[in-house]
Design a protein around this ligand. Structure first.
Ligand code: SF4
Length: 390
């Protein structure tokens, strides 16, 4: 049970997250302040101009310019904290403080209150747990994550108007679903962030998760082909997503420079050649090149990890243990692959060894995760659900 103190802390965190998110959304429409951090007026700013250049599709581009920071804060700081937060604290805590979840909660409460006022019952209709959407929730949410990453690479990484519309659309759809089906409908069936949350927090986060299910859900599902498809595909998606920055620009430093989060005309680039490799443009429009690259990542990820699973299962001599060990090794690799890139444009702008320290910390944390997860054993009917190492 949650104590009053932890309830208060959770509520405070939720209010802070909601306020920060709403501020970010407003800043996408109107932001007269943050660009000062990009001009060099503020010495400590990680976004201050750097005496470096990047080769972007054959053009030498300096790392300087004045731009609003909404997208940079989102993609450079907020989003990179998600896998780390999941691995440390777990998805249940995040569900209590997630700003979108809080907004859905509010929408739901307003509906209930209105219905109670009219004398009609306030219970939400539930999405049929045996229906198509529930049975295919892994694939549906992964498909939406795939679409979201396409949208990022094509438009909303740098187009602030597009990002604003995207947020308003998501809030609208999630709010309407919450009013009709309850707030879990979006989280359990449609939120594109849910697969990554499960991948990095199951079977158990590193720090104790209050109200966790003791691993029952994970172990009962560890052989589920949908889970394996999504884990393997997610690994491929992460690699392909970051690889595309190189395939688009022709320079490995392009992603780390952060130039992509304030590119001047992303919509105008949709029909430009989508690949620039070895100094030559490949005439496939970016609009096709991005989904092709990400889809190739999903296919190759499944081929690679399908093969690794067969080897590990043969060596383990047990299907459940083999599946579990494969998934945990994948999480370790995906986590470190992700943090080779995520957050680096901001870290590179910080003085001293900040980047090296964070990289070492991520490696240590994920190593701890791997060692602890590999020591877990499947829950048998006559054993506790989650057997944690002492
Ligand atoms: S599933 Fe989506 S909406 Fe629900 S808590 Fe997670 S990020 Fe928030």
């Amino acid at each position: 049970m949650m104590t009053t103190d932890s309830n208060t802390r959770t509520r405070l965190a939720r209010h802070l997250f909601v306020a920060a998110w709403l501020l970010l959304i407003v800043s996408l429409a109107w932001d007269p302040v943050s660009s000062r951090l990009t001009t060099g007026e503020v010495g400590w700013s990680p976004w201050a101009p750097r005496d470096e250049v990047v080769n972007v599709r054959g053009e030498v581009v300096p790392l300087s310019g004045q731009y609003a920071l909404g997208a940079s804060l989102l993609w450079g700081i907020a989003v990179p904290l998600i896998p780390l937060g999941m691995m440390l604290f777990g998805e249940r805590l995040w569900h209590r403080v997630c700003p979108l979840s809080a907004i859905m909660n509010l929408a739901r409460r307003l509906t209930v209150r209105r219905r109670v006022g009219t004398g009609r019952p306030g219970n939400a209709r539930r999405i049929d747990p045996g229906g198509w959407l529930s049975r295919n929730a892994w694939e549906v949410q992964f498909g939406l994550l795939f679409l979201f990453l396409n949208l990022r690479l094509l438009v909303i990484n740098s187009d602030r108007g597009g990002l604003l519309l995207f947020f308003l659309f998501v809030i609208g759809v999630a709010g309407l679903l919450a009013m009709r089906f309850g707030r879990q409908a979006w989280c359990d069936h449609l939120c594109p962030m849910a697969p990554a949350q499960r991948i990095f927090s199951q079977p158990a986060p590193l720090l104790k998760e209050r109200g966790g299910d003791g691993g029952h859900g994970y172990w009962a599902d560890v052989l589920n082909p949908s889970r394996h498809f999504v884990y393997y595909g997610y690994f491929g998606l992460v690699i392909a997503y970051y690889l595309y920055y190189f395939l688009w620009s022709g320079d490995w430093y392009y992603y780390h420079s952060g130039l992509w989060d304030h590119a001047p005309n992303p919509l105008g680039e949709l029909w430009a050649a989508g690949f620039y490799i070895a100094g030559r443009e490949i005439p496939i429009p970016k609009l096709l090149a991005v989904p092709l690259t990400l889809a190739a990542g999903v296919v190759l990820g499944n081929l690679l990890w399908g093969g690794i699973r067969r080897l590990i299962t043969r060596w383990s001599g047990d299907a459940e243990l083999g599946a579990h060990r494969t998934l945990m090794l994948l999480v370790f690799c995906a986590f470190n692959g992700y943090y080779l890139f995520a957050g680096k444009p901001v870290l590179r702008g910080l003085p001293g060894p900040a980047e090296a320290v964070v990289t070492a910390l991520m490696l240590a944390l994920s190593g701890w995760w791997l060692a602890r997860s590999l020591a877990m054993r499947p829950a048998r009917e006559d054993a506790p659900a989650l057997v944690l190492p002492r």
